[in-house]
Design a protein around this ligand. Sequence first.
Ligand code: DGL
Length: 263
Amino acid sequence: MRVGIFDSGVGGLNVLGVCMRMLPDVLFYYYGDNIHAPYGSRTPAQIEGYVRAALRRFSRLNVQAVVLACNTATAVCAERMRREFAVPVVGMEPAIAPAARVCTNVLVLATPLTAHSARLGALLSRFPDCRFTVCALPGLAGAIERHFLRGEKLTLSDHLPAGNFDGVVLGCTHYAFFGQEISRFYAAPVFDGCRGTANRLTEILSATPGKQIFGQNDHQRPKHNPNKCFIKNCKKEGEKRIIFLGKRKNLNKKVFFANICFT
Ligand code: DGL
């Protein structure tokens, strides 16, 4: 089986890692549109065009499903892409449901397009007993992208709003690289949608639709103290299971193997 995973840049690598852990027999294509990232500085029409181009490319590769590993692209055009393409399109959804299950005062961090989307508004309205503070971060996804691709220094506190919360939802796949740091900053658990999306993909591939389970930020990242042997094994297996596409494919590959654990 073959699956295409798409993001504006490096953020979707976090989703790729979780999907690889859950689906060991799938060949993954990863297409990061780093050339046009961050999508925060693009119009919805532009984003739709980029996503359409990616989906055409994946369709030519005869994938069985596509994951929009980008909350912004999902918010902007997932429904339209589902109408246009025959291949199943799995979207990204901020992990509001798992956060609302265990928290009462939740900060939702997202790009402006996701934060102001009708899709997020509808999702939040399903949890009236939880208080949500939605914060649009115009610069963080781009800063993370530049940090990984160009080695630019990243100071999270320049981007994160102050406040006291008992849970934080990471509504952008780029933020998942810094889940631990964001959790420490707020002294609160963080929730991302990577696992929920991987669960949904698994359901689609096994053609047994059922209840969607959302996960939280539970994947390990051997970033601060990388175990070289471990990474070497990961790399060996990963080389066989992922094909990176796009103009920055080598950079995405490098970022993936240096930061994501999928075994
Ligand atoms: N990873 C994308 C998301 O989940 C980042 C969007 C951007 O490039 O601004 O929203």
